[in-house]
Design a protein around this ligand. Structure first.
Ligand code: NDP
Length: 272
């Protein structure tokens, strides 16, 4: 029988994760069955328990359950502790191991795939939700000169930045970005899903800067359109999606699949 894995969230219907993991399984010769698991908003723990009872080996966790998954884990990786959010669960006997692969996926896409070194860069991280929490420690580990968090709800940004202030992290509202310039701007808000653009001032992008939107899709997001008009290079989150999935596959199966061919297929629209 195949080993059972799933993506748990609400909603999950839009996700490419089953297709990506099917590719990884084919490539590595592992026999896994990876499905989408829609959990009721008030029924995350019960859905996880049921999946385990049916022999499930591990889960990817998406919106809005990453914080609940963090609390549910009985053992956590250091990066999950830093993010205080979990996107990967692995069941080993009675233990539930929680990890966070979002940050590693983002950084690998930026540094390896896009060949953009983060060291000494000035970074603007937009958003302070689950994705930003995962991204922040991984970005800081690469020794940028500064990371500024801009969030609509300013207090949430400050709360997140405060935990990392000793590493050069600070926070502000979007109005605090006027007359500031950044080398890397990461959109970790969900604004793009609604076709919206946070209120960014002009002249935000330094020369040769990279604009990275965690959202992915057929059309450029409003953020990437804005970045283009400002002369910045742009990238969407399809590379991050595949890289964080590969990192989860490594946690579960002990082998890291090749990501480049899967990213190429995703970008070519084969999964859309
Ligand atoms: P959350 O709901 O946890 O956080 C959403 C964030 O977006 C909050 O900071 C919120 O601000 C902000 N926001 C929402 N709407 C707007 C708006 N109109 N203007 C400004 N800010 C806004 O979501 P996640 O952090 O989990 O996900 C964020 C994005 O990242 C999603 O698009 C998701 O698909 C993507 N993602 C991509 C991944 C990938 O592998 N490519 C992996 C993980 C996430 P406030 O606090 O004020 O509400």
């Amino acid at each position: 029988m195949s080993d059972k894995y799933a993506l748990i969230g609400n909603p999950v219907a839009h996700s490419f994760s089953p297709l990506i993991h099917a590719e990884f399984a084919r490539q590595t010769g592992h026999d896994i069955d990876y499905v989408r698991l829609l959990a009721p908003l008030d029924g995350f723990a019960a859905a996880v328990a049921q999946f385990r009872a049916q022999g499930g080996k591990g889960l990817n966790v998406t919106l809005p359950f990453k914080l609940e998954a963090y609390r549910l884990a009985t053992r956590r990786s250091e990066r999950a502790e830093q993010a205080q959010a979990v996107n990967t669960l692995k069941f080993v006997d009675d233990a539930v191991f929680g990890d966070n692969t979002d940050g590693a996926g983002l950084v690998r896409d930026i540094e390896v795939n896009l060949e953009f070194p983060i060291v000494a860069m000035r970074i603007l991280l937009m958003g302070a939700g689950g994705a930003a929490r995962g991204a922040l420690p991984a970005l800081l580990e690469k020794k940028p000169v500064t990371v500024v968090i801009a969030n609509r709800t300013v207090a949430k940004g400050h709360e997140l930045a405060q935990r990392f202030s000793h590493l050069g992290c600070s926070a502000c509202g979007y109005d605090g970005l006027v007359n500031r310039q950044f080398d890397l701007v990461v959109n970790a808000t969900s604004a793009s899903i609604a076709g919206a653009l946070p209120p960014l001032p002009p002249d935000l992008f330094a020369p040769r800067s990279l604009a990275y939107d965690m959202m992915y899709g057929r059309e450029p997001t409003p953020f990437l359109e804005f970045a283009r008009t400002q002369g910045a290079r742009g990238a969407d989150g399809s590379g991050m999606l595949v890289e964080q999935a590969a990192e989860s596959f490594l946690v579960w199966r002990g082998v890291r699949p090749e990501t480049a061919p899967v990213i190429a297929r995703l970008r070519a629209g084969e999964f859309l």
